[in-house]
Design a protein around this ligand. Structure first.
Ligand SMILES: [Zn+2]
Length: 69
């Protein structure tokens, strides 16, 4: 079984893909994951979800609203 690489759609704010990464909140009582853009001057966050997979899904299907979802 091979893990498929995570694919992010380009950041809707800066258009970049290379600075996207998964972030998470280490607090075990509210484990939260989201995709964040580290590009200087952008630094937006995607919707917060309970799993990395869901966070990526939420990022990839978002409509460009700069908010925590
Ligand atoms: Zn960006």
């Amino acid at each position: 079984m091979t893990a498929s690489p995570i694919r992010f759609v380009a950041c809707p704010f800066c258009g970049g893909e290379d600075k996207l990464r998964l972030a998470d909140n280490a607090d075990p009582s509210s484990m939260t994951h989201w995709v964040t853009c580290d590009k200087k001057g952008c630094e937006c966050d995607g919707p917060w979800r309970k799993s990395p997979e869901a966070a990526v899904e939420a990022w990839n299907t978002r409509t460009g609203v700069r908010t925590h979802g």
